[in-house]
Design a protein around this ligand. Structure first.
Ligand code: 5GP
Length: 193
């Protein structure tokens, strides 16, 4: 088991509805030493890629992305969630359905911060059905920039997102892949990597 899998075993809580709660170390209270280890691991897995920017999505991706960015020495841009339908023309826009909140959000990135010269690493906390990633990928594509890879903390391997993103040919590096979890026993099974 790697360091993140060990931490999920120790402090993660399996909830009904296929939700893994990791709010004591990942997306509410944040363990920055753990984030630092995650950043170092992604740096190793994406070695040699010409990454000059990290893109994430608010809110829970931001902390992880910022600590990871220290290892890549690049700026972080986060896609903002916006309910407004009157988005000005100087924004890239994508529609994202939230797995946890069951609502649709528009996410926006200013055209000032993504351009065809950018080689982008996407970072996020969870991968479930892949809606958040699809939105971020479409924004990068619209900007004419390049997706160099995708770093995810926890992939839920029993949902469709991981397979879909790998089938599209992206280098997807999930630090922990949960293949099964049981809310009644609390049991979590990780994929061998
Ligand atoms: P997707 O767009 O891939 O369906 O879901 C990704 C987003 O949903 C993540 O950014 C994360 O915020 C949230 N999410 C999905 N599944 C879980 C889960 O099991 N636990 C938590 N805490 N968040 C999740």
């Amino acid at each position: 088991m790697n360091f993140l899998e060990e931490r999920i075993m120790k402090d993660g809580i399996v909830k009904e509805g296929n939700v893994l709660k990791v709010d004591s170390f990942l997306n509410h209270q944040m363990d920055i030493r753990l984030f630092d280890e995650m950043g170092a691991e992604w740096k190793r897995r994406f070695a040699g890629k010409p990454i000059n920017k990290i893109l994430t999505i608010e809110a829970s991706g931001i902390g992880i992305a910022c600590v990871a960015a220290r290892h890549f020495d690049v700026p972080v841009v986060f896609a903002k969630k916006s309910k407004s339908i009157n988005i000005e023309g100087d924004m890239y826009v994508a529609e994202v359905e939230s797995f946890t909140h069951k609502c649709k959000n528009q996410v926006i990135v200013s055209k000032k911060f993504l351009s065809p010269e950018d080689h982008v690493l996407i970072i996020d906390d969870f991968l479930a059905n892949g809606c958040a990633l699809q939105g971020l990928i479409s924004i990068i594509t619209e900007a004419g920039a390049t997706v160099e890879g995708i770093g995810i903390a926890v992939e839920k391997g029993f949902q469709v997102g991981g397979r879909m993103i790998r089938n599209l040919g992206f280098q997807l590096e999930s630090l922990a892949i949960v293949d099964a979890m049981d809310a009644s026993t609390g049991e979590i099974t990780f994929r061998e990597q």
